[in-house]
Ligand binder design. Structure first.
Ligand SMILES: [Fe+2]
Length: 143
């Protein structure tokens, strides 16, 4: 798979992740409701921006991003979650999803580096650095 196809797979995976995090935001119950309800909102709001950046990067390098959920469901490496109400289970999902996204971003960076595609390299580097930081925070939350 070329890195431009992998970029579309990344877009699809973020779309599924976005909806999963919205579901976490809506369904969280228990003592960590207030903190996680807000944290999930922060995460899906950021994810929405990443989705737009990825789609517009795909367009900038001359390709067409997938835009239909039926396609996202086929291409996404992240699967649709059942309803999660428990905070620790929700954060464990986020860590797992971020691992999947991070692996794909590293694969893309390697290929876009070979292709001297500086714009995509920069976008992947930003996403990787950001996720390494939030991974540390979510891991710390789980203790
Ligand atoms: Fe809300």
């Amino acid at each position: 798979m070329s890195y431009t196809e992998k970029l579309d797979q990344l877009l699809s995976s973020y779309q599924m992740h976005y909806q999963n995090v919205r579901s976490l935001h809506w369904n969280i119950k228990g003592q960590s409701f207030f903190e996680l309800h807000l944290k999930y909102e922060e995460l899906y709001t950021r994810t929405q921006i990443i989705i737009d950046d990825l789609a517009e990067r795909i367009l900038s390098i001359g390709n067409t991003p997938s835009s239909q959920f039926s396609v996202y469901m086929q291409k996404s490496l992240i699967k649709e979650n059942a309803i999660i109400t428990d905070g620790k289970t929700g954060v464990a999902y986020i860590l797992d999803a971020q691992k999947t996204l991070l692996n794909l971003e590293r694969e893309i960076l390697e290929l876009s580096g070979d292709a001297n595609d500086e714009g995509t390299n920069a976008l992947m580097s930003d996403l990787i650095r950001e996720k390494e930081k939030t991974n540390w925070m979510f891991k710390s939350y789980l203790g």
